[in-house]
Design a protein around this ligand. Structure first.
Ligand code: FAD
Length: 463
């Protein structure tokens, strides 16, 4: 291995490269520590070299050298994934993609950019670009917007802030082009368009190095970051369901998140009286043009407003944006103070016109007491409205965790297991054959992020 690493280094001379142990340690980790189960499985896994190309030509040189030396390669963006997506299970080369950070073209309705740009920087660039008066905005971003890359979001993410208005990444039109470099002795550059982007989206960097993307944009809105408190969690959920159904007709919002009052102590230093423990909260980002109607619906459900500020106003007061109180950030808020928590990712069946079964959520709250603390995200996908549960779960061991998962499944919830590192086990439990077929083209030696897909068998083991 040492000889091959040396030959690799010689072949990429001139490209930033390091084997500094502290850097390797840092670049071999992500946010998998959310899961005590993954912590054990991933302990000690480390890459052997970090390379940081800054152009596509340099990425091609790295890919060629890896293929020739048969070295595993793991692409890394911001390293904010929750499932060990960019932890190198078999060592090898870590390709830090953050040097490819250019915005290449902004048009009304779309942006072409490199994959390593931070989502925050991309958002700033499309806001400021004169293609559309008043600027444009991304359709969605993870709550890690400020530290995650756009390529990492497409390769490892799902949806997030903006999903309640614009659907999930996978929905047609949201991502219209993905350009990848293959991991071959003579790498090729392949552009995927339209439905073909699914071959690489959410493939955890197992089938090609994404270098460029084209994403849809909409005219920018100066969203109002809003908190309202409700007399019960059921009331907060009822408001959330009704508001979600109304997005696109009478209401417009970029985020709707219901958070159980038992989260309040974890938010105290940040929000104080805006989220005291005597109410269940809905965090939202609301279009100022419909704030009146939003407040009317809030009052109908017994809600009272405790915050309504734009992002610049929040910053001036030292407050966090509403999206940092949502998605996986709620768990982070709790984990910062108490490491005994972990979480689950669930989906509740949605009945059009009614929303989710709130009595079921109440029964689950009664069943688990303080062992599980509720949090629901509201969104939509190509099929309609949807609600994701991201409850905090007190960790009493793997056996108990999986008992709770099975009980949620028996309740009719879909569980996306966030305590595993393979694509399939964390998702729909089925192998995406289109992604595997594309891997045969883009990574014929099976070197990319090895171990992250159950669908890939080494040549000798294939039927
Ligand atoms: P990384 O973690 O660096 O990489 C993710 C995966 O993509 C890895 O498998 C990596 O190998 C691969 N990859 C990265 N770049 C490339 C590339 N150029 N080519 C090929 N493969 C590549 N996720 C959501 O979807 N929605 C959320 O709302 C959300 N909220 C979060 C909140 C918190 C507090 C945390 C810790 C995580 C959250 N996540 C969320 C997960 C994660 O932050 C996002 O998916 C994020 O966009 C990942 O980007 P990244 O640059 O950090 O990717």
């Amino acid at each position: 291995r040492a000889d091959r690493l040396q030959a690799f280094r010689a072949a990429i001379a001139g490209i930033a490269c390091s084997d500094d142990p502290a850097l390797l340690e840092a670049k071999s980790r992500d946010y998998a520590w959310y899961s005590p189960v993954l912590q054990v499985l991933l302990d000690g896994k480390r890459g052997e070299l970090v390379v940081r190309p800054t152009t596509e030509e340099e990425v091609i040189r790295v890919a060629a050298a890896c293929a020739r030396q048969r070295l595993p390669l793991t692409v890394r963006g911001g390293g904010t994934g929750n499932y060990g997506q960019c932890v190198p299970l078999e060592g090898g080369v870590i390709l830090d993609i953050t040097g490819l950070d250019r915005v290449l073209e902004v048009q009304p309705g779309s942006v072409l950019c490199e994959a390593g740009i931070l989502i925050l920087e991309l958002e700033r660039a499309v806001h400021a670009h004169p293609a559309v008066p008043g600027g444009q905005e991304l359709l969605m971003y993870p709550s890690t917007r400020d530290i995650a890359t756009i390529g990492g979001f497409i390769a490892g993410g799902y949806g997030g802030t903006g999903t309640v208005r614009n659907g999930i990444l996978k929905d047609p039109g949201n991502v219209s082009l993905i350009r990848v470099v293959t991991l071959e002795e003579e790498p090729r550059v392949i552009e995927l368009h339209g439905a073909d982007i699914q071959k690489v989206h959410h493939a955890f960097g197992t089938n090609g190095i994404i270098t460029r993307l084209r994403l849809a944009l909409k005219p920018a809105v100066d969203w109002v970051h809003h908190i309202a408190l409700y007399p019960s969690y059921a009331g907060a959920l009822r408001f959330g369901c009704q508001a979600t159904e109304a997005i696109g007709t009478t209401l417009d919002a970029f985020l709707i998140t219901a958070v159980d009052r038992r989260f309040a102590p974890y938010y105290e230093s940040e929000f104080g009286h805006r989220f005291p423990p005597d109410g269940d909260a809905v965090f939202a980002m609301v279009n100022p043009a419909c704030l009146g109607r939003w407040r009317e619906l809030m009052r109908q459900h017994g809600g009272r407003e405790t915050m309504a500020l734009t992002e610049p106003e929040l910053k001036a007061q030292g407050l966090s944006p509403a999206f940092e109180c949502a998605w996986n950030h709620t768990t982070l808020m709790a984990l910062r103070q108490d490491k005994s928590w972990t979480n689950l990712q669930t989906v509740y069946p949605w009945v059009p016109g009614q929303g989710i079964d709130i009595d079921l959520v109440q029964r689950q709250m009664d069943r688990y007491g303080d062992e599980v603390v509720m949090h629901h995200e509201f969104g939509r996908n190509a099929d309609g409205c949807v609600s994701f549960g991201l409850p905090l779960v007190s960790y009493f061991g793997k056996e108990r965790l999986y008992e709770i998962i099975r009980e949620h499944e028996a309740d009719g919830c879909l569980v996306f297991d966030n305590h595993v590192y393979t694509i399939e086990d964390g998702g729909m439990k089925t192998i995406d054959t289109a992604q595997i077929d594309f891997k045969k083209v883009a990574d014929p030696h099976g070197l990319m992020n090895p171990g992250k897909t159950r669908g890939w068998l080494p040549a000798y083991a294939r039927p």
